[in-house]
Design a protein around this ligand. Structure first.
Ligand SMILES: Cc1cc2nc3c(=O)[nH]c(=O)nc-3n(C[C@H](O)[C@H](O)[C@H](O)COP(=O)(O)O)c2cc1C
Ligand code: SF4
Length: 420
């Protein structure tokens, strides 16, 4: 077992009031920001690069590269945006961080602001997280009262930064970067055709850094512990510990902090984490990284949970979701639910996703209801190829992952239903 220390969850359940700055300081909060202001921006960026912090929202893009691009942009107005939309089914780790240690996210955003010379911050909190949002607003107000937000933070001339809290109305696609920024601007929450990097033109056409909740919460750890130490907590493909959300047919569902590099088998079956199947049936497959991630079977379940380890077996970390399904679950029936979700959440802006997703779902529904046709598999492959290659945003582009992995490892279950 490689779990030498806990970091992201170290203050979980240790507060009387997680929004209290006094309590946060007593638990070593704001030590990292105080250290950060004694460092140059370049020094902080070097630590983030060494740490090999990969974005925790889904794509896994190196955070240091994005921060550096922001710093290089010259603009009197720059934005730091925290993506707390967390609409991905089976993902609930950002909610845990916001609820149990909100000031660590605020501290991480403030370090980013210092590093990228940005004065304005937004956090976009999932509309359904009403209570969490109210508590987060309280944490922001408390940080402001104590001088950790506002003007001349910690007495540093010109270090001004503040955070506005906004919420969506529950659309999954609003978690996508450009749709999220549209939504903050009170425009329809649909993705934009991307002609620029957000570091050049993001919110209100100004340089913008968008990162996930957990990505921001990692920054105080990197500043405090150093980039090398953070890297060593993970693997060469990505440093740090990682929050995972375990759900489905698993004995101990919940949010866990693991070292990147922990074997999947340990995550699923050890008593410290998942504890094995929650039913009398063994685990058949998992859905990893979110609805837009692949299904994983057999040998893949023995891989190491890390950016590089999962990639080797055709999987990815994604949002950190691990949904566990037992032997009683038919993969085609499961996929019907996945595509009902995509169909519901497709914003309709581009035809391949709007029409293609519905056609795929209809075929899956027909198969499940005994109306399968001989050429169903071929049609599914044709449609999925079109949708994933022609769709405009990540929602449609990654619809292929779950279905193609299921076809690769359990084609027999499709064949049985296609021949009905
Ligand atoms: C349909 C869709 C939904 C997404 N939902 C979320 C989300 O809820 N939270 C999140 O952090 N990233 C989400 N993302 C990823 C973001 O677009 C973006 O990559 C991420 O916020 C960048 O932060 P990171 O580099 O820290 O991961 C979503 C992407 C897509 C395509
Ligand atoms: S791929 Fe789907 S969700 Fe994305 S813009 Fe097109 S229709 Fe909207």
């Amino acid at each position: 077992m490689k779990r030498d220390r806990i970091f992201l969850t170290k203050r979980f359940d240790r507060f009387n009031n997680p929004s209290s700055v006094d309590e946060y300081e007593n638990l070593d909060g704001y030590k990292a920001l105080k250290k950060a202001i004694s460092m140059t921006r370049e020094e902080i960026l070097d630590e983030v690069d060494t740490a090999l912090l990969r974005g925790r929202g889904g794509a896994g893009f190196p955070a240091g590269i994005k921060m550096r691009s922001m710093l290089e942009e010259e603009s009197d107005i720059k934005y730091i945006v925290c993506n707390a939309d967390e609409g991905e089914p089976g993902t609930f780790k950002d909610g845990a961080l916001l609820q149990k240690d909100p000031l660590s996210v605020i501290e991480g955003m403030t370090i980013s602001a210092y590093c990228c010379d940005a004065k304005y911050g937004y956090i976009y909190i999932r509309g359904e997280y009403g209570k969490i949002r109210a508590e987060f607003v309280e944490a922001v107000e408390n940080a402001r009262k104590k001088g950790y937000l506002g003007e001349n933070i910690l007495g540093v001339e010109g270090f001004d930064f503040d955070i506005k809290v906004v919420s969506g109305a529950g659309a999954y696609v609003c978690g996508e970067n450009s749709a999220l920024l549209n939504s903050i601007e009170a425009k329809p929450g649909r993705p934009k055709v991307k002609m620029y990097h957000l570091a050049e033109k993001g919110l209100y056409d100004r340089p913008t850094l968008v990162n996930n909740v957990e990505t921001f919460a990692c920054l105080p750890i990197i500043v405090e512990e150093g980039g090398q130490r953070f890297l060593e907590l993970g693997t060469k493909g990505g440093g740090g510990t990682k929050l995972i959300s375990l759900s489905g047919h698993i004995k101990n569902p919940g949010v866990y902090e693991i070292n990147l590099g922990t074997p999947m088998d340990e995550i699923l079956n050890s008593e410290e984490f998942g504890g094995g199947s929650s039913t009398e049936h063994p685990i058949k497959f998992i859905h990893i990284g979110g609805q837009s991630g692949p299904l994983a079977f057999d040998e893949q379940l023995k891989a190491e949970y890390s950016y590089d380890g999962l990639k080797e077996v055709g999987l990815s970390v994604g949002s950190g979701a691990i949904v566990v399904l037992d032997e009683t679950v038919n993969v085609v029936e499961y996929l019907e639910h996945v595509f009902l979700f995509f169909e519901e959440e497709s914003c309709g802006k581009c035809n391949p996703c709007r029409i293609g997703t519905t056609r795929i779902r209809e075929i899956l529904s027909d198969m499940v209801r005994g109306k399968g046709r001989k050429d169903d598999i071929e049609t599914l492959e044709y449609l999925i190829d079109n949708v994933s290659s022609l769709a405009m945003c990540g929602l449609g582009q990654s619809e292929d992952k779950a279905i193609m992995s299921a076809l690769k490892y359990r084609e027999n279950e499709f064949k049985e239903l296609a021949l009905n």
